[in-house]
Ligand binder design. Structure first.
Ligand SMILES: [Fe+2]
Length: 261
């Protein structure tokens, strides 16, 4: 099986700026050290958007410095808290599609991994514009019968959090229409919500991972999406196998060396 690590919602801040008292740089540095120690065999780390909290150059520089210590190759995506121009200035080597969107198709463990750019020009919600939908269609066609996993910052459907559902992908209907008749799409992976969530939607399994930093309170009716809670930082671990995908999460902030039970 091929192993992938998914880090999402790093929300980096400039020096001296915390988020509900938490230090995003310290949380990210701990995640990088943990991944290097536990998962040096991973094929790739995917960072699924919201690299920064406010999209400023100083925060991108801190992300770049911390991720440079990763012992595993990394692919970067953007989220609604990112600034496309500032991101591309900080990471000029990051993948882009032919239209300039931060999208990438990778082959790992026999899977086609499609990393989508769901960021709109304005606002916290996500969408796939006609150009990006066309890219998705082309990549799905090119994948043929190979198993496909799709990673996208915004979940393409409701997850039950009233506030977050209002700012999910706005054209989920069109997205799922593109997946019709493609049973080789085995897994959708998202961020944005800052919680561990899994299930299936229209027959396609999905998972959402917590942030290394602040988390969404476990209150489904909350409408204020800025409400955040300090719970241990986490990242996802995907095992891609010939018969499907196994999804793990590790609350690495709590992780200790094992004892005998
Ligand atoms: Fe986020």
């Amino acid at each position: 099986m091929s192993k992938l690590i998914v880090l999402t919602d790093l929300h980096m801040t400039p020096e001296g700026v915390s988020i509900i008292g938490l230090d995003p740089l310290r949380r990210l540095e701990a995640a990088v050290a943990h991944i290097n120690r536990r998962h040096p065999d991973a094929e790739r780390v995917i960072v699924a958007g919201d690299l920064t909290h406010r999209g400023d150059a100083a925060s991108y520089a801190r992300v770049r410095g911390a991720l440079a210590r990763l012992a595993v190759p990394v692919s970067l995506m953007i989220g609604n808290h990112d600034d496309r121009t500032a991101f591309q200035a900080a990471f000029p080597e990051a993948a882009r599609d032919e239209d300039g969107f931060v999208q990438e198709a990778l082959t790992i463990g026999g899977y086609r991994l499609l990393l989508l750019d769901t960021v709109m020009d304005r606002g916290p919600a996500g969408a796939l514009c006609p150009q990006r939908m066309a890219w998705l269609g082309r990549e799905l066609d090119a994948a043929g019968d190979a198993p496909v996993a799709i990673v996208m910052h915004h979940p393409p459907h409701a997850t039950g959090f009233a506030g977050m559902d209002a700012i999910a992908l706005q054209n989920g209907e069109a997205f799922y229409a593109a997946l019709e008749g493609r049973p080789n799409v085995r897994q959708i992976v998202a961020g944005h919500v800052h919680r561990t969530i899994s299930g299936s939607h229209r027959g396609v399994p999905f998972c959402v991972f917590k942030s290394p930093v602040h988390q969404q309170p476990m209150d489904l009716d909350a409408r204020d999406t800025s409400l955040s809670v300090d719970e241990p930082g986490a990242y996802g671990i995907l095992l891609l196998g010939p018969h499907g995908v196994v999804v793990h999460t590790d609350d690495y902030e709590l992780s200790q060396e094992p004892g005998t039970a």
